[in-house]
Ligand binder design. Structure first.
Ligand SMILES: [Zn+2]
Length: 413
């Protein structure tokens, strides 16, 4: 059975992606003459492109409306069922699978424990089975699935589709995930760092007036940073850009795995905050459980967050200190890139966002080291918890449909 292709026509042509992008960002619908004005393409080109998009099932016509003099004009809208993408987020604690439609809406999702990678072929089988089950339960037309995006903790080798040695996943070394998963599912597969996938999602869902210069602080089992400058995802030459984890924020702090003291990615992560809660007597050792166990840390972190939400001054102090540490790192990142927005998300973020967002903005704005004179805004991602999984799916949509010359290669190996 040949399952390597999709029935969708190639939408690689630049004008086509420009028109589709303009339609996509206006869910209320748009007429051809409005599209021509917006994209600066000729009316004839827009008509030709719309014909192709209609034939491909990527857009629909929804009634007519008056748009300038003459006859009422047909309103074109995106067809959410025109294409689908699978997103997979690998975290040390869990693997999340989502199926999103062309509009970016999550149509189905599932979650499994993270398999150990001692036997990579068993891992691939497990992931391929979970993907097939997701596709089956969602009852979408398989020929409309454009591909699979994978978001994983860095570092990654994006060109080869290999996870290198992600922290806190000791059995995952050089797992050639992309090629094996493409072979097992017959679908094209893309791989990206989790924080980078989050940036792709933010840009994909951004309104026309959103800031295009921002840092995404991804608060998962570890702390990761994704960057967008002038609306382009910053990937770097090996797609590992944005690792701010070893920015020193406390010269007298505990020794990080890198040998330096007080690295932000060492002292602000959930495991470190739980460890401090035990030292401060906020959580008992029994409540904290095994700090090497991601599931225990997850549960203990929820307890700490709940205590802070209930007004425990000691719990609030731990999170406020974390906010100040994050603020020092954010000042370095803002100074380097001259960005005006910082977005937060990731699986651990929402539990602590009220306390951290209560303390962090002032700490950044009042930092004497802050250089840019413009205001800096702080926000929570529109998809805070599953942003990496949705972002992974968005990689596929973005790669297929975004009018960006620097798009990744969609490799169906
Ligand atoms: Zn370090």
């Amino acid at each position: 059975m040949d399952r390597t292709g999709t029935n969708l026509p190639a939408v690689g042509e630049y004008n086509q992606t420009v028109v589709l992008d303009a339609i996509r960002r206006r869910p209320e619908g748009i007429t051809r003459s409005e599209l021509a004005a917006l994209t600066a393409l000729s009316g004839m080109t827009v008509t030709k492109v719309c014909r192709r998009l209609l034939d491909a099932g990527l857009v629909d016509e929804h009634g007519t409306r008056m748009s300038g003099p003459g006859k009422p004009a047909a309103v074109v809208k995106l067809n959410p069922d025109g294409g689908f993408a699978v997103g997979v987020h690998i975290d040390p604690a869990a693997v999340t699978y989502v199926l999103v439609d062309l509009s970016g809406k999550v149509r189905d999702h599932s979650r499994t424990g993270t398999p150990t990678a001692g036997d990579p072929s068993a891992v691939i089988d497990e992931m391929a089975n979970a993907i097939e089950a997701l596709i089956e339960s969602s009852a979408v037309d398989r020929s409309r699935i454009l591909g699979i995006g994978i978001a994983s903790p860095g570092p990654v080798n994006v060109d080869d589709g290999v996870l290198l040695n992600p922290p806190m996943m000791p059995t995952w070394h050089r797992v050639a995930l992309r090629r094996s998963l493409a072979e097992a599912t017959g679908l094209p597969v893309l791989l990206e760092k989790d924080a980078t996938a989050a940036v792709v999602a933010e840009l994909w869902f951004a309104g026309p007036d959103s800031s295009r210069d921002f840092a995404f602080m991804y608060y998962g089992t570890g702390l990761a940073t994704g960057l967008s400058v002038a609306g382009e995802v910053v990937r770097g030459i090996s797609s590992n850009a944005g690792d701010g984890g070893h920015i020193t924020v406390d010269p007298d702090g505990p020794v990080c795995t890198c040998g330096r003291r007080g690295c932000v990615g060492y002292i602000t992560v959930p495991r470190a905050l739980v460890a401090r809660a035990v030292l401060d007597g906020v959580l008992s050792a029994a409540e904290a459980g095994n700090l090497e166990d991601t599931v225990d840390v997850d549960a203990a972190f929820s307890r700490l967050a709940a205590l802070a939400a209930a007004g425990s001054p000691e719990a609030i102090a731990i999170l406020t200190d974390a906010a100040r540490s994050l603020a020092r790192a954010i000042v370095v990142i803002v100074n380097l890139l001259d960005i005006d927005r910082v977005i937060f998300g990731g699986p651990f973020w929402t539990r602590v966002s009220p306390v951290i967002l209560g303390a962090l903005p002032d700490a950044v704005r009042s930092d004497p080291a802050l250089i840019p004179p413009h205001p800096i805004r702080f926000a929570q991602s529109a998809i805070p918890v599953d942003v990496a999984a949705v972002g992974a799916a968005t990689l596929v949509l973005d790669n297929t449909f975004s009018p960006r010359p620097s798009a990744l290669l969609l490799a169906a190996e």
